[in-house]
Design a binder for this molecule. Sequence first.
Ligand code: 3H9
Length: 699
Amino acid sequence: MNTHVTQDTPEASPGTVGFAMQGDIAVLTIDNPPVNAGSHAVRRGITDGIAAACEAGAAGAVLMGAGRCFVAGSDLREFGKPLAWPELPDVIAAIEDAPFPVVAALHGVALGGGLELSLGCDYRIAAPDARLGLPEVSLGFIPGAGGTQRMPRLTGRASAIDLICRAARIPATEALTLGLVDGLAEGDLLAAALAFLREGPRPKRLARTLPPPPEDEAAIDAAARTALKRGKGRPNIAEAIRLVRASDGDAGTMLADERAVFQRLRLSDDAFALRYLFFAERTAGSVDGLDMTAALRVSAAGVIGGGTMGQGIVRALLAAGLSVVLIERDEAALATALSGIDASLGAQVARGRLSASGAEQRRAALSGAVDYGALSGCDLVIEAVFEEMSVKQDVLARLEAALPAEAIIATNTSYLDIDEMVQGLSHPERVLGLHFFSPADVMKLLEVVRAARTSDAVLASGLKLAGRLGKQPVVARVGEGFVGNRIYAAYRRRAELLVLDGAAPEEVDAAATGFGFAMGPFAVSDMSGLDIAWAMRKRQAASRDPQARYVTIPDRLCEAGRLGRKTGKGWYAYGSGSGAAEPDPEVAALIDAARAEAGVSPQSFDAGTIQRQLLAAIVNEAACLLDEGIAQRASDVDVALANGYGFPRWRGGPLYWAATEGRAELEADLKALAAAVGHGFRAGPVAEVLAGLDTGREG
Ligand code: 3H9
């Protein structure tokens, strides 16, 4: 049926489009599992299908998706190279030029190029549970097939700026209110789309020719200001805003303008990095050879310990629809924890993030107890008690005694050796690490730790649970700090050495945020509190290598009662009203004293040097832990840092960054790192690791 000849010879790309006549209506069904990505073959199939419908004298056509969704977007695998004809705008032009009305029937998701394709149709009918959106900005570019022009003609410009710049995925009900869809299907979607056409008359109705809805300019300005602020200066956000604002202009000119910007931005550094991360995130949750069908069913969970972390884990489990039993050591502690969870559910309702009935349901699914006997119906229990080996070992032993034989036991430890923790258990194969990040119901990252004796079924269950919780899993083996905290420790150590050697804490933090980190290392320390690391240093003091460089400044800060924000001062002072961090002369004096004591003559460091030294420390440590087999793949490290440590997503991750940097400069950075760390520095196999990383960029 392919009536067109390609102008390019593309690599074979999958996907077909089914064609059938239902009376005088043509039905085109996009079939490209798993998500009907708009590959080259799909694009050709649609234009062929429209041509066939014309030939058959159809009175109308329905465009729909087979399987789980309409279309999840253009095929991102094609985006790093030249696109083959027909491109999506050509497909849409064929639909617009057809002499009959075309209805898009949407189910599952209609995202990116998928939504744009439907906006190129004359009408849209959606299943009530469909989700629609233009997420292109989250991939470093902008909608490239009319999204910035056709959407605002339906929704107005203020809404379009908001939706496009937030990369929002909205439910069909909201899309109906906004005018993006023309009706919701009750029952069978195809039947509803056919009925919609037959109920006609349905004249051709091209979104690009609709008059722009009347709008208050102030609302458009406000939407643009908010979007720019949220967009952190990324160039694609400003372009998207500009194009939507001008969408009341000549459609042909504006569509060409959008296309040119899209073509440029899809090949930008941001876009390559974000595409890399997109696929890296999907790979991180898989383990070669692991049979995911062996995963055990988890519907009832327990949590031991109702502190900040425990409460967050409870909220995350409840949000995923599990029933939860929370265990605390006594009634008073239990009451405090339960009322803490109650209060945060109430706050979510007040902020409009959760319905009152949703909060009620979650409360009903939660119970509390002080006796482990209450856990007997649980399929999985996560301990989140004090970070101390003997305390955790005691909890695990009690759990083993209280739980049915097949129940899974998870520890939320962030540093401890799980292999040591399970010694003494009769069934260590049922234990794994589930390392959540605080707040556990908000942070995306979940380290799934495979201890030496964890069974495949238990590991598969942990990975499946991560998906249900909406988390980004990264699989780690046992090793102090696993993947993320181990790398973070090396990064923080380098930051502290920079201060000892002459940089001010605020210079280091400014360099880190200048690179794109959400916060600098010292602001992070102040936020999380300096005392936990202090306690750990005291515990490790006896085993510390006396010849290694040791930065005493954090100890001195703690001794002076500067434990961070919670004490009103730490690396910074937080005294004056606004709570903003301010450099403190007392800290400067303390740093001077530490330099004098260590015999250091302070040097000055520019922001670029600080940034590259912080990154070199991350990259080197990552190479070490890949060498030790703690992380499975280099891209997993990037996923962990981007999802749990505020690493700027648009830079892809530290190893992606390093792999796309000049080798000679990186080698010089690693040399400087080795010199600064001095005695005990361990060089990781950086070159080898980077050589094995597929950045998706040629050359
Ligand atoms: C665009 O459309 C630009 C236009 O404006 C340009 C016009 C000219 N391409 O996430 P999952 C794969 S930009 C290729 O694990 P879920 C994915 O890699 C695009 N592959 O499942 C995975 O493969 P594998 C705008 C894709 O149920 C498999 O599908 N669209 C694409 O958790 C399953 O994915 C987006 O940004 C793609 N576009 O979530 C939407 N999408 O099995 C991106 C998915 O080999 N996609 N795959 O690992 C998503 O948000 C989620 O995948 C989705 C399903 C919600 C659809």
